[in-house]
Write a new protein. Sequence first.
Length: 136
Amino acid sequence: MLMRFRVLKIMVVVIAGISALSWVVMMLWNWLMPALFVGARSIDFLQALGLLVLSKILFGGMRGHGGWHKHGEHHWHRRWEKLTPEEREKFQHGMFGRRRHRDEAYAQACRHHQDHNSHKPENQPDNKPENKHEQA
């Protein structure tokens, strides 16, 4: 008997919580959306409940866990833990080595550009007209 009462009490609390959250979604929607977007209509309680269920499906849990993006993080963390130190080093070099190579190539191109401009003879004119009216 005590167990049935406890289960019934939990069900009532869950239903009240979902109802309260749906009411909050409905009130926020009806307050914000018609004011922000031309043509947005107000929604009723059942539409707010449907919106809440849809957001749960799309974005995951409501307690801070769940959701589609969390599972990928754990997967990569587990795979990283299984790698040997040599494999980790190789992976890091593969991931960041390309970036380092690109950065070095960019730095080399900048040095080449600076060297090219710094070797220009001082007595050579710039080919830029000093006066705007000299442009033809």
